[in-house]
Design a protein around this ligand. Structure first.
Ligand SMILES: Nc1nc2c(ncn2[C@@H]2O[C@H](COP(=O)(O)OP(=O)(O)OP(=O)(O)O)[C@@H](O)[C@H]2O)c(=O)[nH]1
Ligand SMILES: [Mg+2]
Length: 310
């Protein structure tokens, strides 16, 4: 437990020394059900996660929670809120809650989230819940770490409807309309259902129909339905007749390898470039418009790849 906490701290700091331990732990991972909760700030993700933790605990499952915040470089606020929201679980040995806010390194938050998932998985957590704030590309990337993604919305989200129209709705295996105690919940559900019909392509090759669940997270309304939908989706993935778990796992692993490859290559290149004044010369040449960043980057890539071959 303490070792896991230390390792996650190293991961969050972007410390490369976590790598060796992760490599060992990885072989012991692969059992957990990874569930992502994503949605705009304040829609009630943490409150929902808190309520879902209760259900899993009642069923005797151990739970790991990662609260990931890509929206703010000074992420104290949201994460503090998450901790307050879930604090009733802090004394429960079966629940392990950590926050991640890494930024700046190659791969950034997506990579450190994937790494922290490995740690919790190898720890033997039955369920790993990843809460991510927002509905941008970062969140889509982070959602790709999950087996089951719960997209949380609330009634009357004009802007978000726009964002969702852009295709983000498709990341949700389960759509939640939380704060259904507010006006417009039924209308929001109708809109969601309509948009799901408009963007059917995602599930053409799957027989999973994305359920829309109305909840009032802070009053425990709809939580049983949401819990049931989460379990049903996990059963669906594991159902051997359509092999979806294998395909989800394949794309997760593929992404992880490519992200790591990207990080490794960039790290090595940067190590060399840092030591050379060549880059400064090139930058100056670009600045004087004697060349351009497009050619320079291609030439640099050629240079490093040729070097690596010989
Ligand atoms: N009326 C109403 N309030 C809710 C509901 N669910 C959550 N809230 C409240 O909404 C506020 C935000 O809830 P959070 O669970 O922190 O939301 P979040 O999405 O985790 O927020 P961030 O992590 O900051 O993005 C809190 O004050 C909750 O008590 C609901 O169903 N109805
Ligand atoms: Mg939260």
């Amino acid at each position: 437990m303490r070792a896991a906490a230390r390792l996650i701290r190293l991961i969050d700091d972007g410390d490369p020394s976590a790598r060796d331990e992760l490599a060992i732990l990885y072989r012991h991972s692969g059992r957990a059900h990874i569930i992502g909760f994503t949605g705009s700030p304040g829609v009630g993700k943490s409150t929902l996660v808190d309520a879902i933790i209760v259900r899993f605990r009642k069923d005797g499952k151990s739970v790991g929670v990662l609260a990931v915040d890509p929206t703010s470089p000074f992420s104290g606020g949201a994460i503090l809120g998450d901790r307050v929201r879930m604090q009733r679980h802090f004394l429960d040995e079966g629940v392990f809650i950590r926050s991640l806010a890494t930024r700046g390194q190659f791969g950034g938050l997506t990579r450190s989230t994937a790494d922290a998932i490995v740690v919790l998985d190898a720890m033997g957590k039955d369920v790993i819940i990843v809460e991510t704030v927002g509905v941008g590309q970062d969140e889509v990337d982070i959602a790709q770490n999950a087996h089951t993604t719960v997209l949380v919305t609330i009634p009357g989200m004009g802007d978000d409807i726009q964002a969702i129209k852009a295709g983000l709705m498709e990341i949700g295996d389960i759509i939640v309309v939380n704060k259904a105690d507010r006006e417009g919940a039924a209308k929001a559900v109708r809109e969601m259902r309509f948009m799901l019909h408009m963007s059917m392509e995602r599930h053409l090759d799957s027989n999973w129909e994305q359920p829309i669940v109305e909840t009032v997270a802070n009053a425990d309304r709809g939580i049983a339905e949401l819990y049931e939908a989460i379990l049903r989706h996990w059963d669906h993935l594991r159902d051997h007749s359509h092999q979806e778990l294998q395909s989800v796992e394949r794309s997760r692993i593929r992404k992880q390898v490519l992200d790591l490859l990207n990080e490794n290559i960039m790290q090595r290149v940067m190590d060399e470039i840092d030591g050379a004044s060549d880059l400064d010369d090139l930058v100056d040449q670009i600045r004087r418009r004697e060349t351009d960043p497009y050619h320079v980057s291609v030439d640099l890539a050629d240079h490093f790849l040729r070097r690596a071959k010989s």
